[in-house]
Design a protein around this ligand. Structure first.
Ligand code: ZN
Length: 358
């Protein structure tokens, strides 16, 4: 089968590799749709996972297949797998946890000491024709789902986890800094949770337009005083919660914290390439909180599926392009490295399933 594998920094190749074989407790899936994530770009650019390092929970050396946001159709199940019929449309929670460390036992598996991702650390990935995943990580998608909406469950789970950590309640206000796939996913989840007002700060006009269409108050931080804009829309108080989905440096970090009301929470949902300065006294006086949010739990994944199924969440507007598997590097990753950032939100790699279930 064909699979995009990462051989090193800026070295992704469409390789011909054997189809993965299903074993006990595992499920073979024909991938139908796979999203390109900002983290795929980072992986591609810096290849932080050594090719010769087998993840302890996976036990495979690289090069690893890329792609961790995907949905597809079950083609085969291993011994002992119940409730996942052949032919079912499924999404996969692409995380590895050991289930035994202190974090896992506390109920915070996303903070597992041995955390890893399918599509990053081995075990196959979504930028391939087939993938085999543990049945416990495979979710049969309810009626109404398509492979496209199924592929968006993963990034929306990242967003929902962050929204939950913020402690925001119905009727409250939020600021989202950065209107990319995660930022707009935050907007959708905040609205679904009953946020009264969500302000999105974003430089790209196309992304601002989409955010506005999805119900946000939008602002270009280069054109307006973001803090003033936020105070004007929140009765001078500031927002109850803010989300840093840009990770663009000191200015981004400060604007997310400054926009908060006293006692509000700012959640970092972006990778920073360098450190920032913090004035702890300011946090002391205001009881503002700053926290990070990493990945998701099984319950986040389950809840996103339920919210899409019952209509509280509609992720379809986030899809801006559809490309073929063979074009994933050129029209996907390379496009997002250049001008695509201005116009794209979510690029989906869709596969022609002629001759297979689908
Ligand atoms: Zn663990």
């Amino acid at each position: 089968m064909q699979a995009w594998r990462l051989h090193g920094a800026a070295d992704a190749r469409l390789d011909e590799i054997p189809e993965p074989e299903v074993t006990a407790g595992r499920v073979k899936i024909r991938v139908a749709c796979s999203g390109i994530c900002g983290s795929d770009l980072s992986l591609y650019e810096t290849a932080p996972v050594p090719v010769d390092w087998p993840h302890p929970l996976v036990g495979q050396s690289g090069p690893h297949v890329l792609g961790h946001e995907f949905a597809g159709y079950v083609t085969e199940v291993g011994a002992g797998v119940d409730g996942i019929p052949v032919g079912a449309l499924v999404a996969v929670q692409p995380s590895y946890e050991d289930g035994t460390c202190a974090a896992c036992l506390r109920g915070e598996p996303n903070l597992c000491e041995q955390f890893g991702f399918l599509g990053v650390n081995g075990g196959g990935g979504g930028f391939a024709e087939y993938v085999v995943a543990a049945a416990a990580k495979v979710f049969v998608l309810p009626a109404g789902f398509t492979p496209e909406t199924g592929a968006l469950v993963e990034p929306l789970s990242v967003a929902l986890h962050a929204v939950r950590l913020s402690g925001i309640a119905a009727g409250q206000t939020a600021l989202v800094v950065g209107g990319g796939p995660i930022g707009l996913g935050l907007l959708l989840c905040l609205k679904a949770q009953g946020a009264q007002r969500v302000i999105v700060s974003e430089m790209s006009a196309a992304r601002r337009e989409l955010a506005a269409a999805l119900g946000a108050d939008v602002v270009d931080p280069r054109e307006a005083d973001l803090g003033g804009f936020v105070r004007e829309l929140t009765g001078g108080l500031g927002v109850d919660a803010s989300f840093d989905a840009a990770g663009a440096g000191q200015t981004t970090f400060d604007s997310a914290v400054d926009a908060l009301r006293k006692g509000g929470t700012s959640v970092v949902v972006a990778m920073y390439h360098e450190g920032v300065n913090i004035n702890p006294s300011l946090l002391m006086i205001t009881e503002k909180r700053v926290t990070g949010s990493f990945a998701y739990t099984r319950d986040d994944f389950r809840t996103v599926i339920d919210m899409i199924a019952d209509g509280r969440l509609d992720p379809a507007p986030l899809i801006t392009s559809r490309i073929q598997l063979a074009d994933a590097l050129e029209k996907g990753i390379h496009a997002l490295q250049s001008t695509g950032r201005e116009t794209e939100v979510k690029i989906l790699v869709t596969q022609d399933l002629e001759g297979t279930q689908g």
